[in-house]
Design a protein around this ligand. Structure first.
Ligand SMILES: Nc1ncnc2c1ncn2[C@@H]1O[C@H](COP(=O)(O)OP(=O)(O)OP(=O)(O)O)[C@@H](O)[C@H]1O
Length: 262
């Protein structure tokens, strides 16, 4: 199987004294759905930022389709990979539609106006993320969950081959959590879009992922299928929580219920 992303012997620190990522080495097969899990501060966001070339590793490198990400031109990379970061503070008063349409920048020449096709792509992405009704609103006058969906629409407007998502469902209610993950899964199965997402919800990660990368204190504890990663022993070791595992009859995936509840 071909790999979309290869992370090779990667090490990173914000200040040289403290290693934040320590020898990260794994590959993401083309068209797979991969979740990055791990406790607060384990390095998930930092890893994503290294993968999309926002941070530079101290050692090792990231290959996208066998090319070092640091050698790929900005627009070329933006056609391959779209990223939805956490936070998304936008200082200017753009309309939601203008923000989504900005996702077409890799396809436009300098000062070139968006064409009909660009508008159609943006509209489709907004319909898919249930944000079309927000199109005329000011980006700073919508809710946190709505903004999160708008930023996903913008990323999809880039028509990438790889989608990197940092906590994409953290502000969403259960209905929108499921609809965003279902959309990702649909694009993943039907269009072979490679998905790499950080998540905190272990059960949703188990339900949707082909593979889970579990980070612990800046190191990869395990990369494997949900069945192999989500065990009582591993969850206890990494999160320090006792859990019960359950399996539903309709799928073979493990789900957890915490035991330490009073
Ligand atoms: N800009 C920064 N400068 C210095 N240290 C940072 C910076 N950003 C993060 N860190 C530190 O790097 C480590 C990893 O942080 P990171 O945000 O990658 O973790 P995370 O797994 O995404 O956490 P969370 O689940 O809380 O979002 C933490 O110890 C954090 O304090």
């Amino acid at each position: 199987m071909k790999n979309s992303v290869q992370i090779k012997e990667l090490e990173f620190s914000y200040d040289r004294a403290i290693e934040v990522l320590d020898y990260i080495d794994f590959s993401i097969p083309k068209g797979s759905f991969v979740s990055v899990l791990g406790p607060n501060g384990s390095g998930k966001t930092t890893l994503l930022k290294n993968i999309c070339n926002l941070l530079k590793p101290n050692k090792g490198n990231v290959l996208i389709d066998n090319k070092d990400v640091r050698t790929i031109k900005y627009k070329e990379l933006a056609k391959k990979m779209a990223v939805v970061h956490q936070g998304n503070d936008i200082r200017f008063n753009f309309s939601v539609f203008d923000i989504v349409l900005m996702g077409r920048f890799p396809y436009l020449k300098k000062f070139q106006q968006e064409q009909k096709v660009d508008i159609e792509v943006a509209k489709k992405a907004m319909k898919n993320t249930s944000t079309w009704h927000l199109k005329e609103k000011n980006i700073n006058e919508i809710s946190g969950g709505e903004k999160q969906r708008v930023m996903i629409a913008r990323a999809l407007t880039q028509q990438p081959e790889i989608l990197l998502l940092d906590e994409p469902i953290s502000h969403l209610d259960i209905k929108h959590q499921i609809s965003i993950l279902n959309l990702c899964k649909k694009l993943n199965t039907e269009k072979s879009l490679t998905i790499l997402t950080t998540l905190h919800d272990i059960n949703l990660a188990s339900r949707y992922s082909d593979y889970i990368v579990l980070l612990h204190e800046g190191k990869v504890k395990i990369v494997d299928t949900p069945e192999k990663v989500i065990t009582k022993e591993i969850i206890k070791e990494v999160y320090g929580v006792d859990v019960e595992l359950i399996k539903l009859s309709e799928d073979s995936r493990p789900y957890i219920i915490p035991k330490e509840v009073f």
